[in-house]
Design a binder for this molecule. Structure first.
Ligand SMILES: [Zn+2]
Length: 73
């Protein structure tokens, strides 16, 4: 993501999450956010939208598979 690191001059790094429309302060918080359920939900939602344009009209079955690939901390 090219937008990353724009605010890296601040004391604590800011991370803008476009998917969640949220600003995350701190690298640890950012990493945690990227693994959070809320964020992963937004990621999947976004992917679904992007793929929906040129995919078959039955993407529901693939989604259940990708749910299981998310690593749990
Ligand atoms: Zn997010």
């Amino acid at each position: 993501y090219p937008a990353e690191g724009v605010e890296s001059r601040n004391k604590r790094s800011h991370h803008m999450c476009d998917l969640c429309d949220k600003v995350i302060i701190g690298d640890l918080e950012w990493m945690a956010h990227q693994k959070s359920k809320n964020h992963l939900y937004q990621v999947r939602k976004r992917r679904k939208v992007e793929q929906a344009s040129d995919q078959d009209p039955n993407p529901t079955e693939h989604q259940n598979v990708s749910d299981r690939q998310v690593p749990v901390l």
